[in-house]
Design a protein around this ligand. Structure first.
Ligand SMILES: Nc1ncnc2c1ncn2[C@@H]1O[C@H](COP(=O)(O)OP(=O)(O)OP(=O)(O)O)[C@@H](O)[C@H]1O
Length: 370
């Protein structure tokens, strides 16, 4: 694809990224329509589906609320969707909140005490809940009971409050940050993996059907390959390619249309965007592939250190294009190949080559004139 690294500035920190895994405003509006409604419709994550199916069937057979479920994994992989499916499969209502919204134990007590019997409480970003709320949750999860503290100081009293049996579905992108006592109170823990290309193709075909968009098999392959293993990104790219197909072609998404559309949006064939490529380009062209310190790299790209570290690097590392080493950031051979550049010859390699090609040299290669 056409790409002018020298004239294209990487996006600024606050700019929305087409390949960002978090939900933007438009995503939130359409995601509800695209969410699978039951486990049968949920694509991929075969092990998680199989295990969850057993947990839910058993709970239904016992006529009790399902065990608490912890879902961990990167943004956009379907944690919210699964929590809604759990509620639907249990034929129970669902309440949705998030860790940052619960700053005081009282906030949590208010939510818990208003739950109905069997209700699913979805707590997104559970690792960001305040400590007092977290401690209240321990007893609520185990005994369906909380102690509400009334008053302050020596006169404070704990009033026990019985709760209805409920199912907590906690979601986190950072399972390692959860304190063990909280983690241990979940009866079922599932880690969501990035999706395989074939699974993303299935997501794209399903979403295309729901959005009434025509896409052929190759068109879906092309979008899936650029979706960074994430259904949310696949759905977003699909919508942008649909726009292009409607405006510039006959509305049908083919490989050619998808590839041209995503070139316009500067998402390359591996799913890298301008920011990712800006980082790689600086690392290769300015620092010979590294090692280079993060701060120096960030200055070269014209970005904040955090943007490079938290926004661009995780995907580059995952793709095997960049390595974090104690001496700094280093490009891998795949990075050179991806940008179509040739790695410089190291002094050591140069020495070996000279030795190989010098008459009488000690190298193993052919000696000229021999
Ligand atoms: N397995 C799947 N099959 C089909 N579509 C999916 C699947 N997983 C996710 N999606 C789609 O991707 C979108 C994002 O999913 P969801 O909101 O559940 O992700 P999430 O993991 O909760 O993200 P976040 O961590 O940002 O809250 C949804 O619109 C949903 O339609």
């Amino acid at each position: 694809m056409d790409w002018d690294e020298n004239t294209t500035a990487p996006p600024t920190e606050g700019e929305e990224r087409l390949v960002g895994a978090g939900a933007d405003g438009e995503d939130q509006a359409v995601e509800a329509a695209l969410r699978p409604k039951d486990l049968g419709e949920f694509i991929g994550q075969a092990k998680v589906r199989e295990q969850l199916d057993l947990v839910l069937r058993a709970a239904r057979a016992r006529g009790s609320a399902a065990d608490h479920v912890l879902l961990s994994g990167a943004p956009g992989l379907g944690k919210t969707t699964l929590s809604m499916i759990i509620a639907a499969e249990m034929d129970a209502p669902i309440r949705i909140t998030s860790g940052p919204a619960i700053q005081h134990a009282g906030d949590l007590a208010a939510i818990l005490s208003s739950l109905q019997e069997g209700e699913v409480l979805f707590l997104d970003e559970i690792h960001r809940m305040s400590r007092p709320a977290e401690e209240m949750l321990y007893m609520a999860m185990e005994d369906y009971r909380v102690d509400v503290i009334v008053g302050k100081g020596p006169g404070a009293t704990a009033i026990p409050l019985e709760l209805p049996a409920f199912t907590l579905v906690g979601a986190t992108t950072r399972a390692g940050l959860l304190p063990p006592p909280l983690r241990d109170r979940f009866g079922f823990t599932a880690h969501m993996e990035y999706y395989e290309p074939a699974e993303l193709e299935a997501v794209i075909h399903r979403s295309a059907r729901l959005l009434d968009v025509s896409t052929d098999a190759e068109g879906a392959v092309e979008i899936a390959g650029r979706s960074r293993g994430t259904p949310r990104i696949a759905n977003r790219l699909l919508r942008r390619v649909r726009d292009y197909a409607q405006v510039k072609a006959d509305g049908v998404i083919t490989r050619e249309i998808a590839s041209r559309a995503l070139a316009v949006y500067e998402v390359d064939e591996r799913g890298l965007d301008r920011l990712d490529r800006g980082v790689l380009h600086a690392l290769l062209k300015l620092f010979g592939g590294g090692p280079v310190g993060l701060s120096t790299l960030a200055v070269a790209v014209g970005e904040e250190r955090e943007t490079v570290e938290e926004v661009a690097e995780p995907f580059l590392v995952r793709e095997g294009l960049l390595a974090r080493t104690p001496r700094g950031r280093v490009a891998t051979p795949a990075a050179w190949a991806h940008l179509g550049l040739v790695p410089p010859v190291s002094p050591q390699q140069a020495g070996q080559q000279t030795a190989r090609h010098t008459p009488g040299g000690t190298g193993q290669g052919p000696v000229s004139g021999a």
